[in-house]
Design a protein around this ligand. Structure first.
Ligand code: NDP
Ligand code: GDR
Length: 355
């Protein structure tokens, strides 16, 4: 019998990779998408199947983590063996602008989904994965960070995710649910949202290289992140739910780089070298050959409270799940740059045709 999965956030970066992975493994996948006035399914259009076809493997449903009756109905109708709760207002900086909405969807949304399982008495059938985050570590307590490192959230997003983390553990302990947390460090891909720093960089460097943009404006260039590839991490999510007992796992590469180093690697992909000068908000990145300023700092992108340094210790996932991140930093940057050079050129071409 093939398994059934329900994915919230199926239209996001991870949802798109996970849906593909599960379909390849023979699952029937139900995805929750939000109503939007414009199309929001571009990341999964290529795996979407006509619901009128025989036995479709990806079925989309309208829903929202802020709507508990909707969630109860979806769980009741789809009777999933596995729920992956990936839906969230996932942008840290935006969470300072929309803290209440972020808490509603990211914290209470998780509770609503766990309650749906409980109300429907599906505790013995349904395994639950919560998309927890390295943002929980926030203000650095120890480096690298593992499952035992204390949390110190530094944003409304991280505080909401902290509630979600603990309510997941509470439902595991209180009701015997197979409820798990993946504490995932930053993972990126060509499908990454365009306002996260890596994708912002690869899009802008592509546009600068193609001659349609002059300058890339960034915030904190010193922030350090453990960046991996999303396609590796969705495999880890799946393994967490196949484990013999419900548990919490850190997934990351064990390597970290600054935002500045990511910029350099992206320019290196198109054979351009960046030279840095100045300090703080006056720092600039120049093209080593022409001397043109290509990177500037804009304090608008500084966060009220910043997370300076995240580095994973993924030893437990390696030991218990046999999971390791396989994509290197260079491999990740190359994959994103190759995709964005094509994408930006395509957008240029489309624009020229309409001009
Ligand atoms: P994205 O921002 O790409 O996707 C988020 C998804 O959640 C989208 O499908 C979005 O829908 C949906 N969503 C937003 N609000 C709601 C809501 N109220 N109800 C239902 N769905 C909603 O995030 P990622 O794919 O990168 O991340 C997946 C999950 O993993 C998130 O929970 C994130 O916080 C967490 N995470 C991500 C990490 C990363 O580095 N990528 C690291 C650690 C954790 P729409 O498309 O309509 O906006
Ligand atoms: P993060 O990712 O906050 O780690 O959350 P993001 O890419 O937004 O920021 C990473 C670091 O880069 C610095 N930065 C900038 N960030 C953005 N977005 N734009 C800029 O111009 C810029 N300049 C510098 C940031 O200050 C930060 O230090 C991501 C999300 O996917 C979360 O949902 C997830 O939980 C964590 O990763 C793990």
């Amino acid at each position: 019998m093939s398994k059934t999965a329900l994915i919230t956030g199926v239209t996001g970066q991870d949802g798109a990779y996970l849906a593909r992975l599960l379909i390849d493994k023979g699952y029937t996948v139900h995805g929750v998408k939000r109503r939007s006035s414009s199309f929001n399914t571009s990341r999964i259009d290529d795996i979407y199947q006509d619901p009128h076809s025989d036995d479709p493997k990806l079925i989309l449903h309208y829903g929202d983590l802020t709507d508990s009756t909707n969630l109860i109905r979806l769980v009741q109708e789809t009777k999933p063996d596995e729920i992956y709760n990936l839906g969230a207002q996932s942008h840290v900086q935006v969470s300072f602008d929309t803290p209440e909405y972020t808490a509603n969807s990211d914290a209470v949304g998780t509770l609503r989904l766990l309650e749906a399982i409980r109300i429907l008495k599906m505790e013995d059938k349904t395994r639950f994965y919560q998309a927890s985050t390295s943002e929980l570590y926030g203000l650095v307590q120890e480096v690298p960070q593992s499952e035992t490192t204390p949390f110190y959230p530094r944003s409304p997003y991280a505080a909401a995710k902290m509630y979600a983390y603990w309510i997941t553990i509470n439902y595991r302990e209180a009701y015997g649910m197979f409820a798990t947390n993946g504490i995932l460090f930053n993972h990126e891909s060509p499908l990454r949202g365009e306002t996260f720093v890596t994708r912002k960089i690869t899009r802008a460097v592509s546009a600068i290289h193609l001659g349609i943009q002059d300058t890339l404006y960034l915030g904190n260039l010193d922030a350090q992140r453990d960046w991996g590839h999303a396609k590796d991490y969705v495999e880890g999510m799946w393994r967490i739910l196949q484990h013999d007992k419900p548990d919490d796992f850190v997934l990351g590469t064990g390597e970290m780089h600054t935002v500045r180093a990511f910029v350099e690697a992206a320019f290196a992909h198109v054979d351009r070298k960046i030279e840095w000068s100045g300090k703080g908000i006056d720092e600039v990145g120049r093209d080593a050959e022409s001397g043109a300023i290509m990177v500037r700092v804009d304090p608008r992108y500084f966060r009220p409270t910043e997370v300076e340094q995240l580095l994973a210790n993924p030893a437990k996932a390696k030991r218990d799940l046999g999971w390791v991140a396989t994509t290197t930093f260079q491999g990740l940057v190359s994959d994103m740059m190759a995709a964005d050079l094509l994408q930006v050129a395509k957008e240029m071409d489309r624009k020229n045709r309409y001009d």
